[in-house]
Write a protein that binds this ligand. Structure first.
Ligand code: DON
Length: 319
């Protein structure tokens, strides 16, 4: 399970090879017990630390699963990647680059210092500040319209009608003081294009959307497939938007650990604090994992180990 070997890009591997690789990666990652389940959102602390599921969705629509791929959890920050793609589709490359930025902060996902250092600029859409600025820009004159736009878009990425987890939404709404402060701070710099409190509410809802590892794999495969959902064949976003989104994920998808991740795995990915992780092998597949214990940056430990293993055995590293 060491993650320091080189991988070589090649063609899309065959079904039997992917199935074997998925089961092998699952079995190896299962032996790892490092990491801590997040509890700053109280309800997340109730997650089973042993829960673990791994799914690869290839661009031909095939699913390859091991473990708890049907266990539901909240999408959390993984939503940022897909909401960003939905915004790019509507607003365009130039605009989002200017407003939200594309550079890593080198700091934690909820850092206030990062905002101050950049003179009020969020720097990228994967940290909370940038995600709030992104959600504020989503089409729709009211919070409800924006929320419907987001829920509909996330559902198209997943290929099924997603729903909010009310318990998570309530738990996070009661404790998200820091995000409210970040939204107000951005507002003070003139960088919130919608009411800050309402934006935090829409953002909290988007983070509370319920998914499983299989849904994440299909969502990732849609970005791998030029924006076409490989199961439903729905064109959710354009190929250009996928390219922009994957570049941002490569730089910032795993926060301040993005360099480490890219060095070892060589693929764009996005983590969520409930334990989800999505990884995109462009032109080949999406990988979705669920395992709640996290490293210090907020990234799933088993998810990273299993994905590193798959990247190596299937030759997915893009470099
Ligand atoms: O805003 C928050 O803090 C959470 N809703 C999402 C954070 C998150 O998922 C960070 N990821 N690893």
């Amino acid at each position: 399970t060491d993650i320091g070997q080189r991988a070589h890009p090649g063609p899309v591997p065959g079904d039997a090879l992917i199935d074997t690789a998925v089961h092998d990666a699952y079995r190896r990652a299962l032996t790892h017990r490092e990491g801590v389940v997040a509890d700053y959102i109280p309800i997340l602390g109730a997650a089973d630390p042993e829960a673990f599921g791994l799914c690869v969705a290839d661009v031909d629509g095939g699913l390859h699963e091991a473990g708890q791929t049907r266990t539901a959890f909240s999408i959390q920050s993984i939503s940022k990647a897909f909401v960003y793609a939905l915004l790019c589709e509507g607003v365009g490359h130039h605009e989002v680059r200017e407003l939200v930025g594309v550079d890593n902060t080198g700091l934690a996902f909820n850092s206030v210092v990062a905002i101050e250092q950049a003179g009020g600029h969020p720097r990228n859409p994967m940290v909370n500040a940038g995600a709030l600025a992104t959600t504020a820009l989503i089409p729709g004159a009211t919070a409800e319209r924006k929320w419907q736009f987001i829920l509909d878009g996330l559902s198209r990425f997943a290929g099924r009608e997603l729903e909010i987890d009310d318990e998570v939404y309530r738990s996070e709404s009661e404790t998200n003081h820091r995000n409210r402060a970040i939204a107000q701070l951005l507002h003070s710099y003139g960088r919130m294009r919608f009411d800050p409190a309402e934006t935090v509410d829409v953002y909290t809802r988007q983070c509370s959307v319920r998914v499983d590892a299989r849904n994440l794999a299909v969502m990732g495969a849609t970005l791998a497939d030029g924006g076409v959902n490989p199961v439903t064949r729905d064109q959710v976003v354009s190929a250009d938007v996928c390219r922009d989104t994957l570049a941002v994920l490569a730089a910032s998808g795993l926060y301040e650990r993005s360099g480490e991740w890219l060095f070892e795995i060589g693929l764009p990915g996005k983590s969520g604090v409930a334990g989800g992780l999505v990884t995109i092998a462009p032109g080949k597949a999406g990988i979705g994992t669920y395992a709640p214990p996290l490293d210090a940056a907020g990234n799933s430990v088993r998810g990273q180990i299993a994905t590193a293993n798959l990247s190596r055995t299937l030759g997915l590293n893009v470099f």
